[in-house]
Design a protein around this ligand. Sequence first.
Ligand code: DQA
Length: 153
Amino acid sequence: MAKASLEQKQIFIIHGPNLNLLGSRDPAQYGTLTLDKVNTAIRKKARELNLETRIIQTNHEGRIIDLLHRRRKWADGFIINPGAFTHYSYAIRDAIEGIGKPVVEVHLSNIYEREDFRAISVTKEVCAAQFYGKKEDSYLEALEYLAKHLNTN
Ligand code: DQA
């Protein structure tokens, strides 16, 4: 087996705006799931896949862009839930395009079966993949995707 495939890959995970309110926010869409529970599930799956993770939540567009820029050397790949920025932030879209690392977009809810404005993702076309509609499992699918693709590159 090639040496590179044994290395622990590093994944930076960004939760965008309002995801800190999970647990009390719009239970019809997000249930009672809290961000802590999402992060616990992410860490467990990352251990199983031999991935190192860092996780941050921020409500600020510029901070998301700064994190993508600053962490691009540390990270082999990113997972991002841009929240509502998904639907209109060309600045985040351009940052994703510019960093030269694979970024996977995730959503807890099915953005294609909600209000019309949510069915548009301006970030999707520059992301390596998109997983949605499966609550915390959307993040776990993104981890599996990166584990598979980073180890074959
Ligand atoms: C979301 C979907 C977005 O439309 C919304 O603005 C969010 C959360 C999701 O995870 O389902 O904040 O990204």
